[in-house]
Write a protein that binds this ligand. Structure first.
Ligand SMILES: [Zn+2]
Length: 349
């Protein structure tokens, strides 16, 4: 079965984001023999790009599934445009505000009510909440992607589990003080003055620190989804951090599902150095890895990440203001080849 994975360009400078379209099936046949999926929508302008791209290259205004991996603005806002302008079969997203009753006991203040908490979460995650309202207005069903969800015989959600998800919610921004501190997944405290270090990298040394998970709680709630298309495996990770990825690996292991023979890896969190470790790269291996990163960001992707991916056998490609495409028997659209990311011997980070 043929498939195409398109990454739209998102952001400049420090503005990262994801806007991805996936199409599989009989790509030269009629629309009903194809499935079209949008994974995250970047910012408003990326939403417009997505709509135009699907209209022009896929010849349709219909999307089977729209997936929001997690509610951050650089993933959510463009999807509102997609929902508004296109015919959408289903929306896959978490609805954090609907977990208020389950998590209200996790805060220091014992008087917090579920409805108060629900309001607070909805206000703080306005873009995701707008997306839910748009889906409701248009009668689009919404499903929450938790570990074990299996859709259309093709995509399998490897994480987060509902328990892990709910344990992260009290640590979202704007939440009241939680009872338990973040522990293993505490957000990093930036040094007042960041000292640039010249780092010498070598093929034999892995510079990815293994232990600390310093990505945000919201990033760690990212849906981690594997698509299996005619035996080809494609893994999408949103902005998932190390804890979330290790949980997903453990779940896949428990199902006897290997992640070391992937055809495609969506590198988490725009190639940030906080989201991968050597431990993870022993368990997740792909021939091709894509990174959605802005045109000139010093941290996305981190050179130590692209180096580590290369060491572990991935060919790495980065969007940097361009649309890029990975396909199997798909339509190359006359686009030229892009250079894979080189190995960086010396870099400043
Ligand atoms: Zn992001």
């Amino acid at each position: 079965m043929a498939y195409e994975v398109d990454y739209m360009p998102v952001g400049e400078g420090e503005k990262s984001g994801d806007a991805i379209v996936l199409r599989f099936g009989n790509l030269t046949g009629p629309r009903e023999q194809q499935t079209v999926i949008v994974i995250d929508g970047g910012y408003q302008e990326s939403g417009e790009l997505l709509v135009n791209h699907i209209n022009e290259h896929y010849g349709t205004n219909e999307v089977n599934y729209v997936i929001l991996t997690h509610p951050d603005i650089d993933h959510a806002s463009g999807l509102c445009v997609v929902l508004e302008k296109m015919k959408v079969g289903a929306l896959i997203m978490h609805k954090p505000w609907e977990h208020a009753e389950d998590i209200k006991s996790l805060f220091q203040n014992g008087k917090i009510t579920a409805s108060g908490l629900q309001d607070k979460i909805e206000k703080s995650l306005q873009h995701a909440s707008d997306l839910e309202s748009m889906a409701q207005k248009k009668g689009i069903p919404i499903y929450e992607p938790f570990e074990g969800t299996y859709l259309d015989n093709v995509f399998h959600v490897l994480g987060p589990s509902k328990d892990y998800y709910q344990s992260l919610l009290p640590h979202f921004k704007d939440m009241p003080a939680p009872k338990i501190s973040l522990g293993a997944f505490a957000p990093i405290f930036r040094k007042a003055e960041e000292v640039a270090n010249w780092i010498q990298d070598h093929i034999g040394i892995d510079l990815l620190d293994d232990d600390n998970d310093t990505t945000s709680a919201s990033n760690n709630t990212s849906a981690i989804i594997v698509f299996v298309i005619d035996g080809h495996k494609l893994l999408f990770t949103g902005d998932a951090g190390k804890t979330a990825l290790l949980n997903a690996i453990a779940y896949a292991d428990s199902k006897g599902f290997s992640l070391t023979d992937l055809n495609f890896l969506d590198v988490p969190h725009h190639g940030s150095k906080r989201n991968l470790s050597s431990k993870i790269l022993k368990k997740i291996k792909a021939t091709t890895a894509f990174i959605s990163a802005p045109t000139d960001s010093p941290k996305h992707p981190a050179k130590r990440v692209t180096n580590a991916l290369r060491k572990h056998g991935h060919s790495v490609y980065v969007t940097r203001g361009k649309s890029i495409l990975h396909h199997n028997q798909g339509n190359a659209r006359g686009w030229g080849d892009i250079e894979s990311e080189p190995f960086h011997d010396r870099f400043e980070e």
